[in-house]
Design a protein around this ligand. Structure first.
Ligand code: GLA
Length: 390
């Protein structure tokens, strides 16, 4: 399917007439800085060229209809503006509905309903932010259809996060929605999640490519482990605050953390905090290395990031570790790590141009042999953030 076919599907579902508008929101991949966003640290994601396409039209009554062309032979989910409540039976439509709800919570109430159709090519549950893509897509649609001109793209990212936290029950940080809303072609975003200050960094790798490998093991952040990590970090922070004057784990460097870490009574919470502190410092170092064209150092920091996520933060899984171990053995691989929320999903690797084919063959074959699963590979093109396309 493509954007035009989605428009035809929209007309087939909802009929001709009115002003039909088209939109796109990308997925994202995070290069380094994992589980640092809600710990007041730095992240370094970029928007992809895969994402979610949307077609929408305002209605004259109070009805809202959501249709997904990814799910065949299922009628649109229909809700009324009068009742914007979460319903399990709505399935995927709880994401766009949550954004309508969040708009209203923030004082941007819709006077009329709308019809919306979407189609996405981000594999669900792959850690490439299919949900943030859908949330920001909905935000862009609402801002455009109802002329909420004062809302910035950063506001739309925050509203997306608010709806995911409070409507869909995942206590995620701001990274995904920010990257989807603010992405820029050929650039990664160096974002300080403490105050949302950011810089674009050009990702020009003259002799290497960024390759995503999908383990095809699905993760679901709502399952509780993600929220549990957040709570463990909050516990560690509050204990550290008894001895150091900090507002987040991102305020600490490794030396200060080492000095005070024993105040964290639970061993597991101590490990989580160790990761959050070290990963933030790694991200700052990695971005500086890249600015000096030192891709090798960037790669080494990615590898360290993986080890820390595997051993201290404990958000990896067997299959992902197999992928990363295989990648590390391939000649020409500069760095490789798990990316996104964890517990499955994807790895991100930096691979020398002339090693990309070998990488896919060796990692693909090895993974199949060890797990029985066919991994999927995507060579990354860094795309633009969300917006209206027609
Ligand atoms: C998920 C969350 C983000 C971030 C990452 C881990 O993608 O949505 O906010 O915490 O996990 O870095």
């Amino acid at each position: 399917m493509n954007q035009n076919e989605l428009k035809s599907k929209f007309i087939e579902m909802y009929g001709e007439g009115g002003e039909i508008r088209e939109y796109f929101a990308p997925g994202r991949v995070n290069l380094i800085g994992e589980h640092t966003d809600y710990n007041g640290g730095h992240v370094f994601p970029c928007a992809l060229t895969i994402g979610t396409y949307g077609v929408a039209r305002k209605r004259e009554d109070g009805k809202i209809r959501f249709y997904s062309a990814n799910i065949e032979n299922v009628a649109p989910v229909e809700v009324s503006l009068e009742d914007l409540s979460y319903q399990k039976s709505y399935g995927w439509a709880n994401y766009p509905l949550g954004v309508v709800w969040a708009f209203a919570q923030k004082g941007n109430t819709l006077d009329k309903g709308f019809d919306m159709a979407i189609w996405g090519n981000i594999p669900n549950g792959s850690g490439l932010s299919s949900s943030a893509s859908l949330e920001v897509l909905t935000g862009v649609i609402l801002k455009d259809l109802y002329e909420f001109d004062s809302l910035s793209m950063i506001d739309l990212a925050l509203i997306g996060q608010f709806s995911e936290n409070n409507f869909n029950g995942c206590n995620c940080g701001i990274m995904d929605q920010f990257a989807v809303a603010m992405g820029k072609e050929n650039c990664a975003i160096f974002l300080d999640c403490n105050d949302l200050s950011y810089e674009y960094a050009n990702i020009v790798l003259p002799d290497a490519k960024i390759v995503i490998t999908n383990s095809k093991v699905k993760h679901s952040l709502v399952d509780g482990q993600y929220n549990k990590r957040r709570e463990e970090c909050a516990t560690a922070l509050s204990q550290l605050q008894q001895v150091v004057d900090i507002t987040s784990l991102g305020d600490l460097d490794e030396e200060t953390f080492e000095k005070h870490k024993d105040v964290i009574t639970d061993v597991e919470c101590r490990k989580r905090a160790k990761h959050a502190v070290a990963e933030n410092q790694r991200t700052i170092k990695a971005v500086a290395a890249l600015a000096n064209n030192d891709v090798e150092t960037f790669g080494k920091l990615m590898n360290q990031s993986h080890i820390s996520l595997r051993d201290d933060y404990k958000v990896s899984c067997e299959e992902i570790d197999v992928l990363v171990d295989l990648a590390w053995k391939v000649e020409g691989v500069i760095g490789s790590r798990i990316t996104g929320g964890g517990f499955g999903g994807c790895t991100v690797s930096i691979v020398k141009n002339d090693a990309v084919d070998r990488f896919m063959k060796e990692v693909g074959d090895g993974y199949k042999e060890k797990t029985g699963i066919d991994a999927e590979f995507y060579v990354v093109d860094i795309g633009q953030g969300a917006g209206r396309t027609a």
